[in-house]
Design a protein around this ligand. Structure first.
Ligand code: ATP
Ligand code: MG
Length: 265
């Protein structure tokens, strides 16, 4: 059992997110107008942009929960997944994690595109806490599930986005994680892979202690999750049964941003 925090784990609780805020600070050169650039010999001004990706988010996930995370683009879903995985430190608040997490699955995160698929499988496995031997033994199985035998020794930058996400999914589900985290893994896979992946997730849901699934497919959330949360502009708007949360979210999407609900945000 491992925990990101020094305090004792809460019994029965796999993940506890407490007043979590995450702010990205990006510095960039403000590009001056052409005329100004010429006059000032091209020196740009440093500008800082702050993005409040998560604002004071709190929730708990009990053992046995499959939590769906829904919300618009930029709502903070992947940020939340990265924070729970320990990749991104909280700006404020704290996160308690009891268990071993699978590598994160967002497209482009966790893999090195210049390395081969095989090398990334090894790295992914080591990152999720398995021994080198154990990972090497599992590499064939991972490759076969992703159906990438022909491509496994080619650098991942030569993969299509669907091939990339198939491998990411396959690595995550084959590392016996206590906590399975899946960020839009199914979006790029084709129909055949999607149904195979859904079956695999349903199977793993019973063995993993908890599962987190970020998806824009309400059908996947409905089929695979026991609970759901809705994030909007970094805030936790709602937590409840998948049907309830999906209904509230889709109503909001239909009505649009002018809806009364936003007055409370
Ligand atoms: N590395 C980063 N640096 C700066 N800002 C970032 C970074 N990653 C995300 N953001 C910003 O944080 C906010 C939340 O992004 P996030 O990727 O968590 O959204 P999301 O809910 O996963 O969206 P999507 O549905 O498009 O995947 C966005 O405004 C985004 O621009
Ligand atoms: Mg995302």
């Amino acid at each position: 059992m491992s925990s990101l925090s020094a305090s004792k784990p809460t019994p029965g609780i796999t993940v506890k997110v407490d007043n979590l805020s995450i702010t990205y600070r990006t510095t960039f050169e403000r590009v001056p107008t052409f005329k100004k650039a010429v006059v000032r010999f091209g020196r740009g001004q440093r500008a800082v942009r702050e993005v409040h990706a998560l604002r004071d988010v709190s929730f708990e996930v009990a053992d046995g929960t499959a939590l769906g995370i829904i919300g618009n683009n930029g709502a903070g879903k992947s940020t939340l997944m990265r924070a729970i995985s320990g990749i991104l430190p909280p700006t404020k608040g704290r996160i308690e994690v009891n268990g071993r997490i699978s590598p994160l699955l967002s497209l482009g995160v966790g893999f090195n595109a210049n390395l081969s698929g095989r090398e990334n499988i090894i790295l992914g496995g080591l990152a999720s806490g398995l021994s080198r031997r154990a990972v090497e033994q599992r590499a064939e199985e991972v490759t076969a599930f992703a159906d990438l035998q022909e491509f496994i020794d080619a650098p991942m930058r030569t993969y299509s986005s669907g091939m990339y996400s198939r491998l990411a999914f396959s690595v995550a589900v084959h590392m016996d994680p206590d906590i399975l985290m899946i960020d839009e893994a199914l979006s790029a896979g084709d129909a055949t892979f999607k149904s195979k992946a859904a079956a695999k997730m349903a199977e793993l849901r019973s063995s993993a202690r908890a599962m987190f699934l970020v998806s824009h497919s309400m059908a996947s959330i409905q089929q695979l999750c026991t609970d759901a949360i809705w994030l909007h502009k970094g805030k936790l708007i709602m937590r409840g049964a998948p049907d309830e949360v999906i209904e509230a979210y889709t109503t909001f999407v239909d009505v649009g941003e002018s809806a009364v609900i936003l007055e409370d945000l």
